[in-house]
Design a protein around this ligand. Structure first.
Ligand SMILES: [Fe+2]
Ligand SMILES: [Fe+2]
Length: 346
């Protein structure tokens, strides 16, 4: 067990050393920061494809399957294999056995261009609801509410001290935490559904969707900010502590757990609002939006960082509402499955 933990720790930190290689395998040995990379790109007329290749995570190249037609084989050999980011060529020696007949069908964007991502599909993309009320606040009414709000305000103190106004870094680190509650809640409701032979009312899916959406926030932020080794170490420690603490809390009081998440989301809205202020004032450069964000939120091709932060903030407002709503259901002495789950937004 200890050996597994040590191996995981070393692997995680080793990942930090290799991080630049993952986000930009096609560039020279010296890593580029986001702004520098983008400046270079805008000046030399790279194609859209090259852009995707540069800014995205390591792709998965798939060998031609048994029974593939010669035309398809030709197309694959010419380098049109699909991976996350649509990378071609250099990884073509990575062979994945396709004996089992597993093959992704051809998927295209609305404009007919090839869909470059394996990590999410076009039908999982959406336009964020920017009309959502960002200023909503749940006024604490009970002791548990006040405890939840006080806990979140206390957690903010070390975060403010550690990150100060480095909002890119702060957002990236906080998204590693924000993606945990939905997964824990969804998992526990899933197990409960199995134990009790009961439907979940859609809440398993709703909470897992939230976790996935938060993870996509993280996948977007890591395209813009590169975590250093001690930040990766911090993520390992915080994840270990937070996952177990939230798991225990959800078992004891889902009412309190959802209320805490609701208040955490309110803080996230505040942080992203400050982030936007720094972009507006020029303290943070309003760089080109990462390709993954453009496809995930169906943003225009010329979208900027400000557009990305704006849609992420709208997502956080949606999570705030969902979690306060879930807590309210419990406050009424009901189970989540008795109220309709907010499915379909993401
Ligand atoms: Fe988030
Ligand atoms: Fe959130």
């Amino acid at each position: 067990m200890n050996r597994i933990a040590v191996r995981s720790l070393v692997g995680g930190l080793r990942g930090a050393r290799n991080y630049n290689r993952y986000i930009s395998t096609a560039v020279a040995a010296r890593p580029l920061d986001g702004a520098e990379f983008l400046n270079r790109r805008s000046g030399d007329g790279f194609s859209g494809f090259y852009w995707m290749r540069m800014m995205s995570s390591a792709p998965q190249t798939v060998a031609p399957p048994v029974g593939t037609t010669s035309a398809e084989k030709e197309q694959k050999e010419s380098g049109s294999s699909v991976g996350d980011g649509g990378k071609k060529g250099s990884d073509s020696n990575v062979v994945v056995s396709n004996y089992w007949g597993i093959q992704r069908p051809k998927i295209a964007r609305e404009d007919g261009t090839e869909w470059p991502w394996n990590c999410f599909m076009p039908w999982e993309t959406y336009r964020a609801d920017l009309s959502i009320d960002l200023g909503k606040h749940h006024v604490p009414k009970t002791f548990l509410d006040r405890f939840a709000l006080r806990t979140v305000k206390l957690l903010r103190i070390p975060t403010d001290i550690f990150f100060q106004r480095r909002y890119g870094c702060r957002a990236m680190m906080l998204e590693t935490v924000a993606a945990v509650p939905g997964m824990v809640g969804g998992m526990l409701l899933h197990l409960r559904s199995l134990r009790k032979f009961q439907q979940s009312g859609g809440w398993i899916k709703a909470l897992l969707e939230e976790a996935e959406n938060e993870r996509m926030h993280l996948m977007t932020m890591v395209e813009l900010v590169k975590p250093v080794w001690y930040e990766r170490l911090l993520v390992l420690i915080v994840q270990g502590v937070f996952f177990n603490a939230f798991f225990g809390l959800y078992m004891i009081s889902p009412k309190l757990a959802h209320r805490i998440v609701g208040y955490l989301e309110e803080e996230a809205i505040h942080s992203y609002t400050e982030y936007l202020k720094d972009i507006d004032s020029g303290k943070i450069e309003n760089v080109q939006a990462p390709a993954i964000a453009i496809d995930y939120w169906r943003l225009p091709k010329d979208a900027k960082l400000k557009d990305v932060i704006t849609v992420i903030r709208a997502d956080e407002a949606h999570h705030r509402d969902v979690n306060h709503f879930a807590s309210d259901i419990h406050y009424e002495g009901k189970e989540l499955r008795e109220a309709p789950a907010p499915l379909g937004y993401h």
